[in-house]
Design a protein around this ligand. Structure first.
Ligand code: PLP
Length: 466
């Protein structure tokens, strides 16, 4: 059979990569206190820490950057972005923000003002949304379908909201305590799994029945729409652009980090159909981010987003993008590395608990694996397990609650690495599989336990258990 088409672009600019020697990498790890966040980027060979803000922009986006109109108010690029938001999502009102969490902060600080009893359901809140909601006194509830907790389940839409749980939640919670319902797509914290259009529609209908507005966390809207086109019955003949328009027609608004499917290095959006809410948030954005027509960004950045959200709908790009992630998953399986199935849109999620059964979850098998990946091959990944999601007793250093699955996320930046780069990473993991029973667990240093929990996975330092 003919192989799928290769990258639908050609390379115009290159950036040098350097693999440090094994001794240098050992030294880097010690100096960083075994935290991959503390390793300088230039000491990394292949960086799969995140797909956020790490995209390569196109010549069309760079050309747009040169046309930035850096006026304080009413820059032309604001109007270009306004047009793009209307065309792509069908939304009349928006505010730019410097990244996703700034849009979340704007929205949740207003929504939860002066209260401490509000509860916000979602399929799965991403950690910045959770952080913002909890910081403003709210409580988060995750109501995703149960299949997401089964790494071997190949359900096509494991990111879906569980509608039975959501109905029960609405029935049991007084209406005035639920200011909004969120839907994250794709579901990043849950393995990059998509949400079907039928599920968005049904969630929206349920929200309307109970008088609750539905907002989307829209970071990976195009990858989600591509999965709908590929996997959902009756959707295959439609364009991704049409699917995106339908999905967003069911929502009252959305927050978005443009650093993912906006194909830019910085930027975010808050969008709504509610003119009155927009006016309220304009006052807040003036204090926190800047004038409402630039919202904490240079106008050239607005232009790059305007072009990025149109460009990302290109189906040859989406076919390559999701195909590359799936191919990487196959390479890993061939080398005996257990993964969450099916592979997500932007990352592969390794089942570190199954890979390193000798390390109990409280000693962070995921962390052990990312340290070894760097030591062995200069590759950076991220732990999404009990260190990031669990809860440690600050006095004793014991884990109180553990994550449901001990995962390592290898996120693929958009248009940055070739399949050969990913094969190198797969080979390194294959080598680690040969000596994986020698890997040890980690614990937080005493000083790391003093760091506030919500920030800890970024700032913590570790020691290997001998
Ligand atoms: C689903 C989701 N929501 C929100 C955010 C926050 O975006 P930002 O990093 O731009 O603040 C992210 C970032 O990774 C995300 O994946």
């Amino acid at each position: 059979m003919r192989k799928p088409l290769p990258e639908p672009w050609r390379v115009k600019v290159v950036e040098k990569l350097e693999l440090l020697s094994r001794e240098q990498r050992e030294r880097v790890l010690v100096e960083a206190g075994y935290s991959l966040f503390a390793v300088p980027s230039e000491a990394i060979y292949i960086d799969l820490l995140t797909d956020s803000g790490t995209s390569a922009m196109s010549d069309w986006q760079w050309a747009g950057m040169m046309q930035g109109d850096e006026a304080y108010a009413g820059a032309r690029n604001y109007f270009h972005l306004k047009e793009a938001v209307e065309d792509v999502f069908g939304f009349p009102y928006f505010l730019p923000a410097h990244q996703g969490r700034a849009a979340e902060s704007l929205f949740f600080s207003w929504l939860l003002r002066g209260s401490n009893d509000k509860v916000i359901p979602s399929n799965t809140h991403f950690d910045t949304a959770r952080g913002n909601i909890e910081f403003h006194g709210g409580t988060c509830v995750d109501l995703v379908v149960d299949d997401i907790r089964d790494p071997s389940s190949t359900l096509p839409f494991k990111g879906n909201m569980d509608l039975v749980k959501l109905r029960r939640f609405f029935e049991e919670t007084p209406r005035e305590r639920v200011p909004v319902c969120m839907l994250t797509m794709t579901n990043n914290a849950g393995g990059g799994q998509p949400v079907s259009v039928a599920n968005v529609k049904a969630t929206s209908e349920l929200c309307k029945e109970f008088g609750i507005p539905l907002y989307i966390d829209a970071c990976r809207f195009a990858e989600n729409a591509w999965f709908i086109k590929q996997r959902e019955e009756g959707q295959g003949h439609r364009s991704v652009a049409e699917i995106v328009r339908e999905v967003f027609s069911y929502a009252e608004g959305f927050t978005m980090s443009a650093k993912k499917d906006g194909l830019v290095n910085i930027g975010g959006l808050f969008c709504t159909r509610d003119a009155e809410l927009l006016e309220q948030l304009k006052q807040r954005i003036l204090i926190a981010e800047g004038f409402p027509t630039y919202g904490g960004l240079a106008s050239r950045d607005l232009e790059a987003i305007a072009r990025g959200i149109r460009e990302v709908l290109d189906e040859s790009y989406l076919a390559f993008r999701t195909g590359q992630v799936a191919l990487f998953g196959e390479m890993l399986i061939e080398r005996g590395v257990p993964l969450l199935q099916p592979t997500g849109g932007h990352a592969v999620y390794l089942d570190a608990g199954a890979f390193l059964p000798q390390i109990p979850p409280r000693l962070m098998p995921g962390h052990s694996l990312i340290v070894e990946l760097y030591r062995q091959g200069g590759v950076r990944g991220a732990e999404i397990g009990s260190h990031m999601l669990g809860d440690i007793d600050d006095e004793t250093g014991q884990m109180n609650t553990l994550a449901a699955i001990e995962m390592v996320r290898l996120a693929i930046p958009r248009r940055v690495y070739t399949n050969d780069h990913l094969e190198y990473v797969a080979d390194i993991l294959g080598e680690i599989a040969q000596h994986k029973d020698q890997l040890k667990g980690y614990r937080l240093t005493d000083r790391a336990r003093a760091i506030p929990k919500s920030m800890r996975h970024f700032l913590a330092r570790f020691e290997e258990i001998q």
